[in-house]
Write a new protein. Structure first.
Length: 254
């Protein structure tokens, strides 16, 4: 299953790579649903438990009785979510954990995602929620914050497409390049974009996505949850269409 794995060494700041402290309930979910296929072990720089930031993330929760439901519940279904497309009440939700420097994420974004949007999002079957999950260093994190900032002006989709266009990641994601991508994506207020990109809200949104991914054992990109069931790597479109059909049929029975 093709996916981009996190290198053992990264230029990302240690503060952005949170310890992989999986609660008993989520660990059970990982084992039960096959999330071990995502190689759910801590990256080298995040492996040491106990180096917490005071957030209480190291607390061990009581085991949950329905781990499948716990993963399914990660779908936010917020009508105003700037990093999502599709109806909030769609029967199927695809959560994508991705990095703008990830080659396989780009392949999925170019070759598969547009087809899923055309076939399933437009008819109300599917909702796609993106989670920024940068694993390749400082530029990955900067691109994630830039995507969030573009989303504040309703241009996340266009920024996403521009950043994943063929040859884009090879140009890097330094700030001038990110502003260029925002301009290409049609972000109307570039000064606001730069301010939002560097602001506390962008950092908090990124932290939220990262902690969610680490909590369930994601260590490579792209990784997906489809109604709570894992799909690892940029699978062929047939794998997604089959999984969507199954999830839609299961949702209809509930």
């Amino acid at each position: 299953m093709p996916s981009s794995k996190k290198p053992k060494k990264s230029s990302a700041k240690k503060s952005s790579a949170k310890p992989l402290l999986i609660s008993a309930g989520v660990a059970l979910a990982a084992i039960t649903l096959g999330l071990v296929s995502w190689q759910a072990t801590a990256p080298a720089e995040t492996a040491s438990a106990g180096s917490g930031d005071g957030s209480g993330s190291g607390a061990v929760a009581a085991p949950r009785t329905d781990p499948a439901a716990e993963l399914k519940a990660l779908a936010r279904r917020e009508s105003g979510d700037k990093l999502a497309v599709g109806r909030a009440d769609a029967p199927v939700v695809l959560i994508e954990y991705s990095d703008f420097k990830c080659g396989y994420c780009g392949k999925f974004a170019r070759d598969t995602e547009p087809e899923l949007v055309k076939k399933y999002v437009e008819d109300g079957t599917l909702r796609i929620e993106w989670r920024n999950f940068p694993i390749f260093g400082a530029e990955s994190e900067a691109a994630a914050k830039a995507a969030w900032a573009a989303g504040q002006q309703d241009r996340f989709d266009a920024f996403h497409a521009a950043a994943y266009a063929g040859g884009s990641k090879e140009k890097g994601f330094a700030e001038p390049r990110l502003v260029e991508l925002a301009r290409e994506a049609g972000v109307p207020d570039l000064e606001r974009f730069k301010s939002d990109m560097a602001g506390e809200q962008a950092a908090a949104a990124l932290k939220k996505d990262q902690e969610e991914g680490y909590r369930i054992g994601v260590t490579s990109t792209p990784s997906f949850l489809l109604n709570g069931k894992p799909i690892a790597g940029a699978q062929p479109i047939d794998a997604f269409t089959a999984a969507i059909a199954r999830a839609k049929a299961e949702a209809a029975k509930q």
